[in-house]
Design a protein around this ligand. Structure first.
Ligand code: FMN
Length: 187
């Protein structure tokens, strides 16, 4: 749970309590991205299988769907095996209109750039925790939208299946250090 919390925080967590700015950059600080965690059965200790929506404001996850949706997510991701095997998949969606309201036609470009920043943060955080991940862009957008129960205005952009690689033991020191750095973020 602490590790999942840390992964989500790295993507969109609030880093400045006054300005409410976040861990990855956003054009005009409009923050169009939304994050979901699709948790497999027994994927995260202490967390029932389901789809969780991340709220950056209070660093909490709220269950949006109950039950193991990893098989359905795998099917939506052109049957890519690792999506079904991963303990958890982090799914990034975007509400493009948030950015369009200020930047018009540039919005889509900004949103894709931002999702790259956020996903790279998840990737770096995963590696520093001794976890494995991969960027997954090959999926059926409508199906992913339905599997995670996204709101109509959201557009799925990335899936990042995260799991424990076989070589993890070798990196456990790095992981312990990363987790002990920010104890208040592991709610
Ligand atoms: C936009 C984007 C979409 C990608 N989609 C997939 C995918 O659907 N499935 C997959 O296995 N890897 C996917 N990848 C990962 C690439 O295959 C991988 O980055 C590339 O083979 C280079 O390997 P490396 O990142 O380990 O150096 C994607 C990467 C990017 C940047």
């Amino acid at each position: 749970m602490a590790e999942l919390s840390q992964l989500l925080w790295a993507a969109q967590g609030v880093t400045d309590t006054q300005s409410r700015r976040r861990a990855s950059p956003s054009a005009g600080a409009l923050y169009p991205l939304e994050l979901y965690a699709v948790v497999r059965e027994r994927g995260v200790v202490g967390l029932p299988a389901g789809v969780y929506r991340y709220s950056p404001e209070d660093a909490r996850m709220t269950m949006a769907k109950n039950g193991d949706m990893s098989g359905a997510l795998r099917a939506a991701a052109l049957d890519q095996e690792m999506v079904g095997l991963a303990a958890v998949s982090v799914v990034t969606t975007a509400v493009v209109q948030r950015t369009r309201s200020k930047y018009g036609e540039r919005a889509l470009q900004y949103v894709f750039q931002e999702s790259g920043h956020a996903a790279e943060n998840v990737f770096l955080q995963a590696v520093s925790l001794g976890l494995g991940t991969v960027m997954v862009g090959a999926f059926n957008e409508e199906e992913v939208h339905s599997v995670i129960g996204a709101r109509p205005e959201e557009r799925p952009i990335y899936i990042q299946p995260v799991g424990v690689p076989q070589h993890r033991g070798e990196r456990s020191t790095l992981r312990r250090k990363a987790l002990s750095r920010e104890p208040d973020r592991h709610r």
